[in-house]
Design a protein around this ligand. Structure first.
Ligand SMILES: NC(=O)c1ccc[n+]([C@@H]2O[C@H](COP(=O)([O-])OP(=O)(O)OC[C@H]3O[C@@H](n4cnc5c(N)ncnc54)[C@H](OP(=O)(O)O)[C@@H]3O)[C@@H](O)[C@H]2O)c1
Length: 258
């Protein structure tokens, strides 16, 4: 069954795997023309071949030229984008001082800098039009410190905070801004972030599938929600983290990572 979404067109970064790919598939199944963005264009092309009106855009979003390419596409008023999804992101697991600082700088460039530039381009195009949707992919890790995933959690804290601010800033303009905060989701994230051990560390019920996360996210951005937290466990966790004393949340988070 295809879901009816209100979007007339979309652009999804990080559409070559995981949550972004699942979102692009849902949009494709609903007949929505979608621009798919990532570095692995072979994967994007396979996706584009399955759906009508898909456009492949190759971009490394840790580079100024990659960001400029996508900003230009979002700003193109001849081919307006109604839903922009800033989904591309990665993490790096391990003791902070043992990690490659260049990789951490790329993580900040992708998770924060590129997302900020694309959020700006999206809202600058959408607010004057009086309609549009912006979905920024954050994480449940954004709600508390995460020892051994410290830079990642800090980048996602930025994403949630920025996105909630923008949600309020554009209130009443006809534009909707949502932060998606998934918990553990089976994707390539675990191998990319060196956190494959999570598969045995966390019970099966804690894991979400990319498609269910993508479905919840698209449903919530269409409803104009500020935050989308898929799954009952993670909804409870996020509510709990807002009432736990910060010192306790930090300590618990440290114990989980030992
Ligand atoms: N999986 C989880 O447990 C989880 C939980 C909470 C939040 N998230 C967030 O969900 C989002 C999607 O992650 P995922 O779990 O679906 O992981 P994934 O399967 O590793 O997908 C990441 C996507 O980002 C793209 N990407 C990575 N580096 C890029 C770059 N430099 N330029 C352009 N695109 C780049 C990748 O494409 P290319 O490699 O082809 O460029 C890929 O399409 C991320 O923001 C992640 O932080 C994931």
């Amino acid at each position: 069954m295809t879901t009816a979404f209100p979007f007339t067109s979309a652009l999804v970064t990080g559409a070559s795997s995981g949550i972004g790919e699942a979102m692009a598939e849902l949009l494709g199944e609903a007949g929505i023309p979608t621009v798919v963005v990532a570095r692995r264009t072979d994967r994007l092309q396979e996706l584009a071949d399955r759906f009508e009106h898909f456009e492949v855009l190759a971009a490394d979003l840790t580079t100024p030229s990659g960001v400029a390419t996508v900003v230009a596409r979002v700003a193109d008023s001849a081919l307006p984008i109604d839903l922009v999804v800033n989904n591309a992101g990665f993490g790096t697991s391990g003791d902070f001082i043992s990690l490659d600082p260049d990789r951490l700088a790329d993580e900040v460039r992708l998770n924060i800098e590129a997302l900020t530039r694309l959020s700006h381009a999206a809202l600058a195009a959408m607010v004057p039009r009086g309609r549009g949707y912006l979905l920024n992919v954050s994480s449940v890790a954004s709600f508390q410190p995460a020892p051994k995933l410290a830079v990642y959690a800090a980048t996602k804290a930025y994403v949630t905070n920025l996105t909630e601010s923008l949600h309020e800033e554009v209130r009443g303009t006809g534009v909707h801004v949502t932060a998606l905060c998934p918990g553990l989701t089976r994707t390539e994230f675990q191998s990319v972030s060196n956190s494959d051990s999570y598969a045995s560390q966390y019970p099966t019920f804690a894991w979400l599938e990319a498609r269910e996360v993508a479905e919840a996210a698209l449903r919530d951005v269409a409803k104009g929600k500020a935050l989308s937290v898929p799954g009952a466990i993670y909804k409870g966790m996020v509510s709990g983290s807002s009432i736990l004393p910060r010192r306790l949340a930090r300590r618990l988070s440290g114990l989980v990572q030992r």
